[in-house]
Design a protein around this ligand. Sequence first.
Ligand code: FAD
Length: 391
Amino acid sequence: MSSQLQTDIVIVGGGIAGLWLNARLGKLGYSSLLVEQHSLGGEQSVKSQGIIHGGTKYALHGALTGSSEAIADMPERWRRAIAGEGEIDLTGVRVLSNAHYLWSPGSIAGNLTSFFASKAMRGRVDAVKGAELPPALQDKKFKGKVYRLSELVLDVPSVIQKLAGLAQGALLKAQTIKPLYDQQQQLIGITADEHQIQAQRVIFCAGQGTQALLNDFAQTQPQQQLRPLHMVLVKGANLKPIYAHCLGAGTKPRITITTHPAADGQWVWYLGGNLAEAEGVARNEAEQIRAAQKELADLIPWLDQSQLSWRTLRVDRAEPAQSGLVRPDNAFLAQQGKLLVTWPTKLALSPDLADRVINSLNTDHITPQAPALQAVLAQPEIAQPAWETLF
Ligand code: FAD
């Protein structure tokens, strides 16, 4: 049945960016409606490793770049939200690890010595030993150095669940999104399937789907880039938790391991970092699994691999286009009249993205006007994580 709805802000896309923004706007008194095509969090967000970066990984280059500075506040903002004292209420979200670790399998290379000594890193890294090591590295054969970072790792499905609850039903599952124009051909909202939704602002938070939306809304800018990954998942009863970037010769982590709880009580290791980048993307599934097995045999030789199950997952990171396909530095926002186009570029940067949207609303004097939607609309489901669907 067709309907006409009125809201302050309509958000297209229910990944972490759209859901966080939705919760933040609600706290500020705006009414909003979030429209999702498939499942909440089901594209990049629940396929992410859940690391709330503070920028340490990016500071490995020796000098702090723009991204390291913008991202430095993020762990604290997420921690406050989880403690119930932040800009949105994330109480009840599952924290998988209170720290992320940096792990050097050999002696520290020269460039890293200056990195650890740098002013930027002071107070942000501590060396750990013995019982403080991640459980997976607590073995007498372990050699190398491990540093605790002031970053945290979250169970993203529980974040999505919590944020979906905060939307209080102002969610709509719809397949086809089209622009809604007035008689002067000015954008006044969207048509989502049979619903005409008028809003003061339309905000795209659609990840990879943003490019197609831009085309449908006759926008030539901004452009989107996709950076592919070929991740590896390992499941087994003998796995122990570890959340760490393992350093290699270069400035990018050789491998990044996070550990996720499967519903059957077993742990799943999720392997990213350089393993999943260009060379990994070029490998087929069997080759990528062999590459991962070899890396783990080299780095964690005491791990018995005989009972482990292996899968791979291809997934693209969707971002604003940069020259040379480099990683953008901050959350991104571009505005064309009533249309705001966003990519967080990192799960961790969702608070930064919401700040940018709110700054734009304030600059344009957009104030809460429409009442919260009471309509009972078709609700999108919450995505299952890859460690449940692939094994
Ligand atoms: P998405 O999560 O992709 O959500 C977009 C949503 O929009 C989807 O639900 C989609 O169905 C919906 N949509 C699309 N088109 C339409 C349409 N036309 N109408 C309605 N809805 C639509 N970042 C970190 O900070 N830490 C990490 O550890 C980390 N690890 C990562 C690991 C991997 C393997 C990948 C791929 C990324 C990782 N990232 C990480 C980056 C992070 O996952 C993303 O930056 C973030 O999840 C993007 O969120 P999003 O809401 O923009 O996009």
